[in-house]
Design a protein around this ligand. Structure first.
Ligand code: FAD
Length: 326
């Protein structure tokens, strides 16, 4: 293998923590394999993203501010990344399990006839090969996967699976060539940012989640109040999302987001395996549930058996009082 790349996403130059985690992982794997590591950032805002990536241990940062990723759906990014990998030779590409990461990663894999493994939560190197961990069957088993007969290897990683390290690498910046074609079949007409400015569940250090136990969308206000008081984000179970009480962007679990906050407070959530796989790596898990036999009490760190409508507002009041006194 010649190199390990991390395809890092950014929003107008702002790199989320998961992008820094991916770059750090690429650097660590590169070191273990004895090959260079690099991050790739494309599109407008790339120079700002480069500044953020210089604080990760990657050897090199490929940047392509002029690559029109915001104007055309998918194609410019696929051309740029596949071209870079082709020029490099056998290498690994790490991308995030986001819509854009999965789209680009899968299309690059097809273009280069590469193997691809998705939903990866850990990567190590053994005997010069990548060893990948990926949960299956809703997280009830974790499979260990290696590539077979695949020169280029694409690994789609779940956000929040690795730890970002604030450590400057060699920081060599390399400009990618401008795209050779001027037009692509699908053009982006408009981009709409949802809830811009609000902390997302993936990046928040504290997540307060509500489930079916809330009984209706109007009761999410008590979850929001506690999240606000703690400076955290609002999460939800799929039951609450499927009922239309809160948008899918807040869903935690197998078909939602994987979160790793320092503190996760589950309110009125039973703790089904599909929810657990999205939050079990949180630092401290607190469960508030009126059913003492709810499965969540089997894996939480602190369990409160009782009515969330009494407990959550009281907790919010206490947090506000403590903050006021501090
Ligand atoms: C393929 C697949 C993918 C899935 N993906 C996801 C996923 O990504 N995320 C996810 O969350 N689920 C997912 N699910 C659904 C999952 O199996 C559960 O159905 C879901 O997590 C249940 O949500 P809940 O805990 O809010 O609801 P319930 O299981 O109904 O639990 C509600 C809880 O609230 C408690 N409660 C009720 N009233 C109060 C009160 N006043 N005070 C305190 N506690 C109270 C009850 O005791 C109960 O434990 C998936 C399922 C499948 C099949």
């Amino acid at each position: 293998m010649k190199a390990v790349f991390a395809l890092v996403e950014h929003e107008r130059g702002k790199v989320r923590r998961s992008g820094l985690e991916l770059a750090t992982k690429a650097a660590d794997i590169g070191r273990e394999l004895g090959v260079p590591s690099a991050a790739i950032v494309l599109g407008p805002g790339a120079p700002e993203a480069v500044t953020a990536l210089k604080r990760t241990p990657v050897d090199r940062i490929y940047t392509g501010a002029q690559i029109p990723v915001e104007q055309f759906l998918g194609d410019p990014a696929v051309d740029a990344v596949a071209g870079l990998l082709e020029r490099t030779g056998p290498s690994a590409l790490l991308a995030l399990s986001t819509n854009s990461g999965k789209d680009t990663g899968a299309r690059v894999a097809v273009r280069l006839d590469a193997g691809i493994v998705t939903e990866v939560t850990d990567i190590t190197a053994k005997d010069g090969k990548l060893v990948l961990q990926s949960p299956k069957f809703g997280g009830s088993v974790v499979s260990t996967i290696e590539f077979k007969n695949s020169e280029t290897q694409v690994v789609i990683c779940r956000p929040n699976s690795f730890i970002a390290r604030d450590e400057a690498g060699k920081g060599e910046v390399v400009e990618l060539p401008a795209p050779s074609r001027g037009d692509y079949p699908v053009r982006v007409e408009e981009q709409v940012s949802v809830e811009a400015g609000k902390l997302t569940v993936e990046e928040a250090g504290i997540v307060v989640s509500g489930g079916r136990g809330l009984g209706g969308p109007e009761h999410f206000d008590i979850i929001e109040a506690l999240a606000d008081a703690l400076g955290g984000a609002v999460g939800a179970s799929r039951a609450a999302v499927d009922a239309g009480w809160i948008p899918h962007a807040h869903q935690v679990g197998q078909t939602g987001k994987t979160v790793t906050p320092q503190l996760y407070i589950a309110c009125g959530i039973s703790g089904a395996i599909q929810h657990k796989v999205g939050m079990r790596s949180a630092g401290i898990i607190v469960a508030i549930n009126k059913d003492a036999n709810a499965p969540i009490f089997e894996f939480c760190d602190f369990g409160v058996v009782g009515d969330l409508f009494g407990i959550v507002p009281e907790l919010t009041k206490l947090v506000r009082e403590r903050k006021g006194a501090a």
